[in-house]
Ligand binder design. Sequence first.
Ligand code: CDT
Length: 303
Amino acid sequence: SRSIVAAAAQLGPIQRSDDRKSVVKRLIALLEEAASRGAELVVFPELALTTFFPRWHLTDREEIDAFYEKQMPGPETQPLFDAAKRLGIGFYLGYAEIAVEDGETNHYNTAILVDRAGTLVGKYRKVHLPGWDEPQADLEAQHLEKYFFKPGNYGFKVWKTMGTRIGMCICNDRRWAETYRVMALKGAEMILVGYNTPIDHTGVYDFDSLTEFHNQLSIQAGAYQNSTWVVATAKAGLEEGSNMIGQSMIVAPSGQIAAMALGTGDEVITARCDLDMAALYRRTIFDFARHREPKHYGIITQT
Ligand code: CDT
């Protein structure tokens, strides 16, 4: 049967003082570890090159833009591309992107997909931006993604690459049913997602105490209900005083967890993903063509 060995390359914390060079060195070490275990595709976290800066209300443009990439690969990230090509390994990488579009400068929370030959095959810009566009007086922990990023303008694409069909999303997207369904309808057999999830992300204890449960629930339900593999990778641990969950995981189209990280530091997990498993569920319980009833779903696309 068709298969791909996938890896989630979880990152422990990145502090603000950690420069790109040291972070890229960590990413390459994780790539090498994944390659030594036979991985063909490695998924890094959301905003994998810097600390999770949307926790701060920064106002100086130069200081803000230092967290973003103007070029991908750029001088500091080229060594990662070189290493991946040398190892013959594809990868997903999340980063903050500055893009000039029609003469306008826009900021996105972005992920790219690079194939095993080192070719950039796809780019995704985060659609569901959580949090606020200004600081909230009643919240101890701020989450200002709507201040730092524009919602993605590419939608949820699926790429035929590396012998399978791959879709991408980023962090909060994984909690939304529509994210998975759109990509599943486009034939995705594998969905890649990086995340940064602070344990105190809602500021309400009864929610926050369930943060890890909700992470598992969202990813396992998304995989099962859409008959797709999901490779989900955290940036985890205590970063600039913010505690972020780990639980990087590889989930099968059955909803079963094939592998999960044990800690909250730099850690590689791998699983051989049987791609025909996606087809098995789509021939049976989730045969979309036979069983879906879209005439009842109209409200989903109304604003
Ligand atoms: N990065 C990101 O999207 N994190 C969110 C938690 C913050 S919500 C205020 C998540 O959904 O995990």
